[in-house]
Design a binder for this molecule. Structure first.
Ligand code: ARG
Ligand code: ZN
Length: 854
């Protein structure tokens, strides 16, 4: 069954108010729902979505009725007239809910996840985001097991019953769609704080976790306060309830959820202390806390009309959280990380069988569309708008959008139209970013006549065909560019913002008195692939002289990429140019260590593969290892000096500078190990043992995990024993082995899948082994297909428990077009086997069938 954007019709019935009464118990929870319904359009019956519950009774206007029917799991009630009160009572079983959608149990906590279509698994309701209701919620539960009862909005009343049970009532005054409903019941401790808003209201903040985890909530609470202040300052957005609660649970399908006033988080995005969380984890926690908090405006106060508009809230909110993170430390490093993430996850999606525009036209299962395209490309589209409008007009546009659509369910078009109106800039053609999939490619050619001092830049764009979209129209591409003099290293022009709107354009530069070198797509101003004929020398020059940090990084990456692609294709590869450029970067004391660490890292094996007509995983691995070894050897004294310098900085602190030095330390360690130095294993093991923080310890562990060092096994064992009772850290242990660059990785991963600590029931654990392994390009693509078979086996098993998480892990198997015929046949065979599995979920069916389509 396919749902189409073009088929949208307004809801026939509104539900202005709903009262929910939960009698909570893990094995059987009773839910009584009282809906006030009003006709909105049409003449049809009232249709309430449902899934999996046992219906106990239905009343209309206080009287029991039995003229209802169940159609496709929906409760259909023939209702005459314009307004009624409908009451239903159902029973559900949270402890048997392995899908983790609706009301479920996680480690003794009862919690909910409703986005996108989980509310229908709790009670009968029009489960669509354009039906907005005021919620009042009453919960009753055993007081010893569930001493804390939370829901959206503000607490109203609570009390004890004489049978050991107690109750609480919560009220949310803001009308919301049902996907933002949440409740939590559990034995939870609270790290509480407060925030005074710009208008002087005091908000009570609470981070709720198991008592044993309370000491790990400080960072999240601070990040929440920083986010609240940031959204006031940067977007003028103030919080609107008296309380804001966050609950962390261990079993969660994705990162976190922005339920109104009651965010529910995957515990990996809340819990942190230096001993168990890396710098990366700390940064991700702040980013996700900010993301969910920012949704209070971009998502909750203004929500989505239908799920095709998902990027309206997700793309914009990712853009907002990226801006927040950029302001907490090095904006340049943050941009590099975000672009690396986009290229790793979104570019392959856009180039494969699951490609879709940021505003899709159809879906079978909406859960499959929580993608890097909707989120990360969506954020890039908002970033381009901000670039084109400038900061002031962009802010005027977002102000207009929030004011005009507050309290409503809006569309992507509403957002663009607000920006257009506030800025006076015509965005007609820009709207193609919402409708066309595929990563545009831009060819840039620079010619120069020394005599006239004139340089001409010829730009041309193509947008590749994607499924269902064979022919594309040209996009609006905002390209920040600048010329530098090859002889003097001086800037030959100011930075220009060029809007490439046609297939081809020529841009002239005057008074270009020396040979110019092109710096283009600075800051990654457009999410495109740039093809230039810049020589290795010019790229090395830019990597040393460009004044845009991203462009410096990019020049170095391009230089490395050209070298690796050539080597993997059996052509001559100029290792010396790469080594010299790295050396220049290492020697530049004006650069921030965090930036240097990013700049000197080689592109991933998969990114190298993405540049090749046919991916050759073994050749790429060999070429990359050979280059790593040469970089390690040629610059060994520098790596050792950089290592010693970074290591000599004293005890652990979490600050941008300290993070940069830790990053540099592990990058240097990696190159020392790559050089083949005899003491590399001992050095890594010493770092592992002496570490006073998880960043250093994990850095050493992952270095050892890919090595043949004698210390490898000991480090893995020590790590396991030390953290065997900490699920989040054990995930790192599984992941390090799944990502290891070794010949025996597949065998090790097969063993790990039988390890007593492995379970598919926990999404983090499943991802740490199966997800990590399937991005290990060489191991996953073993020529005999054993890697494919392993992943397919796991996904078939996982689909029976948790289709949503299983389907998310399928795309690597869909990349068969990128490989040689033998591998492609093996991958296709696994996709066929998945499709032939009896009882396959619609989530998996959609992903697998689309992946096979020719
Ligand atoms: N809205 C949540 C967030 O981005 C994620 C919800 C994901 N839902 C899903 N069905 N995959 O913050
Ligand atoms: Zn989000």
């Amino acid at each position: 069954h396919v749902t189409r954007r073009a088929d949208y019709t307004p809801p026939e019935w509104r539900v202005p108010d709903i009262a929910l009464d939960f009698d909570l118990a893990p094995e059987a929870t009773r839910v009584r729902a009282t809906l006030s319904v009003e006709r909105n359009a049409g003449h049809g019956p009232l249709r309430l979505d449902g899934a999996g519950q046992t219906l106990l009774s239905v009343k209309v206007d206080g009287l029991a009725v039995n003229d209802w029917t169940i159609e496709n799991d929906a409760l259909v009630l023939p209702l005459a007239g314009g307004a009624h009160v409908v009451e239903t009572e159902v029973e559900i079983a949270p402890d048997r809910n392995t899908q983790l959608m609706g009301l479920y149990a996680s480690g003794g906590i009862l919690c909910t996840q409703c986005e996108a279509e989980g509310f229908r698994r709790i009670t009968y309701f029009p489960d669509r985001p354009d039906v907005l209701s005021r919620y009042s919620v009453r919960m009753t539960a055993d007081k010893a097991r569930y001493p804390v009862l939370l829901a959206n909005g503000d607490p109203v009343a609570q009390g004890d019953l004489d049978d050991g049970r107690h109750w609480a009532e919560w009220n949310d005054p803001f009308p919301k769609p049902c996907y933002l409903f949440a409740l939590v019941a559990g034995d939870l401790a609270c790290n509480s704080g407060s925030f005074v808003t710009q208008s002087g209201r005091t908000v009570q903040l609470g981070i709720w976790v198991r008592a044993a985890d309370l000491a790990k909530t400080h960072h999240a609470l601070e990040a929440l306060k920083t986010s609240m202040a940031w959204d006031e300052r940067v977007y003028g957005r103030e919080y609107d309830l008296d309380v804001f609660n966050i609950v962390a649970v261990d079993d969660f399908n994705f990162g976190a959820m922005e339920n109104k006033g009651l965010n529910v988080f995957n515990s990996r995005y809340i819990l942190a202390d230096p001993d168990t969380a890396t710098d990366y984890d700390f940064d991700a926690i702040a980013a996700v806390v900010a993301h969910e908090y920012f949704h209070n405006w971009s998502g909750n106060r203004v929500t989505c009309r239908d799920w095709f508009q998902l990027s309206l809230k997700e793309g914009f909110t990712v853009y907002r959280d990226q801006g927040f993170s950029a302001d907490q430390g090095s904006a340049a490093v943050k941009r590099i990380e975000d672009v690396r993430g986009l290229r790793a996850a979104q570019f392959p999606e856009d180039a494969g069988p699951l490609a879709h525009p940021i505003r899709p036209d159809e879906y079978q299962e909406i859960s499959n569309f929580y993608t890097a395209t909707i989120y990360n490309k969506g954020a890039e589209v908002i970033r381009m708008l901000a670039t084109m409008l400038g900061a002031q007009a962009f802010r005027a546009g977002t102000d207009l959008y929030f004011e005009r659509f507050d309290g409503t369910a809006a569309t992507c078009e509403d957002f663009v139209a607000s920006l257009e109106e506030a800025s006076g800039i015509d965005l007609t053609q820009f709207r193609r970013w919402y409708s066309q999939a595929g990563t545009p490619r831009v060819k840039a050619q620079l010619s120069h006549e020394t005599a006239g001092g004139r340089a001409v830049l010829t730009l041309s764009q193509t947008v590749p065909p994607t499924p269902g979209q064979p022919v594309k129209a040209p996009m609006v591409l905002p390209l920040r560019l600048k010329l530098f003099g090859a002889d003097t290293g001086r800037a030959l022009s100011d930075e220009r913002l060029v809007l490439l709107e046609d297939d081809v354009a020529e841009i002239a530069f005057e008074t270009v008195t020396e040979r110019p070198v092109l710096s283009i797509n600075r800051g990654f101003s457009a999410p495109v692939v740039i093809e230039t004929d810049r020589s290795a020398a010019d790229l090395a020059f830019l990597s040393a002289h460009d004044d845009d940090p991203f462009a410096r990084y990019e020049a170095m990456q391009q230089l490395m990429l050209d070298t690796l692609v050539a080597a993997a294709s059996g052509m001559h590869a100029d290792q010396a140019a790469v080594i010299a450029a790295i050396e220049t970067t290492l020697d530049n004391s004006a650069l921030d260590p965090a930036f240097i660490a990013e700049a000197v890292l080689l592109p991933s094996e998969s990114f190298v593969g993405d540049q090749m007509a046919v991916v050759d995983p073994d050749a790429i691995f060999r070429a990359r290892e050979a280059l790593r070894r040469e970089i390690g050897r040629a610059l060994e004294p520098k790596w050792r000096a950089a290592y010693a310098q970074a290591a000599a900085t004293g005890g652990y602190v979490y600050s941008p500078d300290a993070k940069g030095l830790r990053r540099m330390k592990t990058v240097a360690l990696g190159y020392i190990a790559a050089s083949g130095a005899a003491d590399a294993g001992a050095l890594a093991f010493a770092q592992f043992e002496a570490a006073d923080n998880m960043t250093d310890r994990q850095g050493a562990l992952t270095t050892l995990a890919s090595s043949d060092a004698a210390e490898r096994v000991a480090a893995l064992d020590i790590f396991y024993n030390r953290y065997s009772d900490n699920a989040l850290v054990l995930d790192k242990w599984f992941q390090a082995q799944a990502l290891a660059q070794r010949d025996d990785t597949l065998a090790a991963v097969e063993d790990l899948a039988r390890h007593r600590d492995f379970t598919l029931a926990n999404p983090n654990r499943a991802r740490s082994l199966v997800g990590a392994f399937s991005v290990n390009q060489r191991a996953f693509n073993a020529a005999d297909g054993a890697g494919y078979r392993f992943v397919a086996d796991q996904l078939i098993a996982l689909d029976k428990l948790n289709p949503q998480t299983a389907a998310k892990l399928l795309p690597p198997l869909g990349r068969w077009r990128r490989y040689d015929a033998a591998r492609a046949a093996l991958m296709r065979a696994e996709l066929e086997r998945i499709l032939a599995t009896p009882g396959l979920s619609k989530d998996m069916f959609e992903q697998a069938s689309k992946s096979l389509a020719q």
